[in-house]
Structure formats: C-alpha cells, structure tokens
Design a protein around this ligand. Structure first.
Ligand code: FES
Length: 174
C-alpha cells in the first residue's frame, strides 16, 4: 500500500524506501564523519544533495535521518533546507513548471499565464498536483527577455507564451 493511502499519516520515506535509505546511509558512511559536530556540519549540504537526488525531496523523516547521522540538531538541517531554494521539503512533480515573473515577462502577461496554469492544473503557486506530475512555481528573469513571456518546464524554455498555448504545454508533458 502506498503511503498516500494512509489517511492522515505522513509518509516516512526512510521506512518506505529501504533501498534508497541504504544508499544514503552508505554515502554518508563513506564521508569522514566523526564525533565533532562542527566538522560534520561541513558535510551537511553534500548529504542533503544526495538525499534529495535519491528521494526527490526532503521531508522531515529524511531530515531527521541526516541530522542523526551527522549528530546535528534537526533545526540545523531544516535551517539549511529553508535557506537554499534548491532544496525542498515538499514533493516536486515530474514536470516542474516555472513561469518567469521578471519585469519583461511580467509586463507581457506573465500573471495571466500563471493564472491559466493554476486554473488548468487546479493547484496554486508552489503546489504539486496530487498525481505528482506537475509542480507550479515562478522564477526571476532567465535571461531570455526577448522571448518574454517565458515559461520553463524542467530545462526546456518556452518563449512568447500566450494563455492559449498553456494547455498545449501541459499536454506536451503527458
Ligand atoms: S524577465 Fe523573463 S526572461 Fe527576462
């Protein structure tokens, strides 16, 4: 049974995915971790990168695992995750849709495009669809202002996007 079927119970990725947990454990064990917490702290970002690569995101169970291995407080681990936008403690969809809201894109209708994605995907900014297929977010200028308004889907850039082609972008991902 998938953890999502457990009503009200938060997923524990460490228990639910023992193979990934074992890989993370081996990765951390291969580092020069010792009793010195200050020194161990220097490995934290490296460990979080690996953990996010393996699990896709960093929920509390994974944060706690890393904290225990490095002998750090959970709050220290959480502090790093919330500081760096690269890290996320929420599931990310297979397709990460980012609407550029930099100045050039904004004046050319980025907000309406964002609204259309919200409407069609039935999610808000920063959310992921229940099937974990799409995540919706914004980003600042990607350096393609002549193509404004711009939308990125994972690494792919869509330029001169209109509300009319939002549905096409979504269906291209299906
Ligand atoms: S403002 Fe959107 S690409 Fe520059």
């Amino acid at each position: 049974m998938s953890c999502c079927d457990c009503k009200g119970k938060k997923p524990n990725l460490i228990l639910d995915f023992p193979d990934k947990t074992e890989k993370l454990n081996a990765f951390i064990d291969a580092l020069d971790i010792g009793l010195d917490r200050d020194r161990n702290r220097g490995f934290l970002i490296e460990c979080l990168h690996e953990a996010q690569n393996l699990f896709g995101y960093l929920p509390r169970s994974v944060q706690q695992f890393v904290a225990d291995k490095l002998r750090l407080h959970l709050s220290e681990v959480y502090g790093v995750i919330s500081f760096y936008s690269y890290f996320t403690d929420k599931p990310v969809g297979k397709y990460k849709i980012s609407v550029c809201t930099g100045t050039a894109c904004f004046v050319r209708g980025a907000e309406a495009i964002l609204d259309e994605f919200k409407r069609l995907l039935v999610i808000e900014m920063g959310e992921t669809t229940p099937d974990e297929k799409f995540s919706l977010g914004t980003l600042r200028c990607v350096g393609a202002c002549s193509l404004a308004p711009v939308v990125m889907v994972n690494e792919k850039v869509y330029g001169k996007v209109t509300t009319k082609i939002v549905a096409e972008i979504i269906s291209e991902c299906k």
